[in-house]
Design a binder for this molecule. Structure first.
Ligand code: SME
Length: 172
């Protein structure tokens, strides 16, 4: 079983002295991916101004860069501002399969002042991987992450880095 108290201390140790949102998100994803057994993917999605969820720092195989607004387990957890645990993704009608190996999933919204700005998503190749003990532990880790890490800022003038790619390849 995962020692969530120890993980909590490790998260505090890893994030307390750093305030860069990308550095902290990358380290958080790497720690969780490395320390919680049987996790096949761990990472962040951040909402863009249109409500699409855009891929952030993660560990695991390459994943969908964008999830349409309100879609998938991530979109549902984001809109409801609720943690969602899916024991068997084949039974969740709107599950988005970025990785065909994923069998169960937990998604925790990133919430500040009652407003969600993204989600933290964990996948496993095992069915029913995330039992209530994991749910409590992971929820608490994400709360600690949110309390120690500023929300990433969007560049309002240019849409980067959270807009669709405006760079077009021009023929020579
Ligand atoms: N399965 C997720 C999509 C993200 S990937 O798992 C990394 C969903 O249904 O929202």
């Amino acid at each position: 079983m995962t020692d969530y108290r120890l993980l909590e201390e490790q998260v505090r140790g890893l994030l307390s002295d750093e305030s860069d949102p990308i550095a902290n998100a990358a380290n958080f994803a790497a720690l969780v991916y490395g320390e919680i057994p049987d996790v096949s993917w761990a990472g962040f999605y951040y909402a863009d101004p249109e409500g699409e969820l855009v891929l952030g720092p993660f560990q695991g195989r390459p994943a969908c860069a964008r999830l349409p607004k309100g879609r998938g387990v991530c979109g549902a957890a984001f809109l409801r501002r609720e943690i969602l645990v899916v024991d068997d993704v084949s039974q969740f009608a709107d599950h988005i399969a970025c990785d065909s190996a994923a069998r169960s999933e937990i998604v925790v919204p990133l919430v500040v002042d009652n407003s969600a700005y993204g989600v933290f998503d964990l996948d496993s190749a095992l069915l029913r991987r995330f039992i209530p003990d994991d749910q409590r532990g992971i929820e608490s880790l994400v709360k600690t992450f949110v309390s120690l890490t500023p929300r990433p800022k969007r560049n309002e003038k240019e849409s980067l880095p959270f807009g669709k790619n405006p760079v077009r390849k021009t023929p020579r």
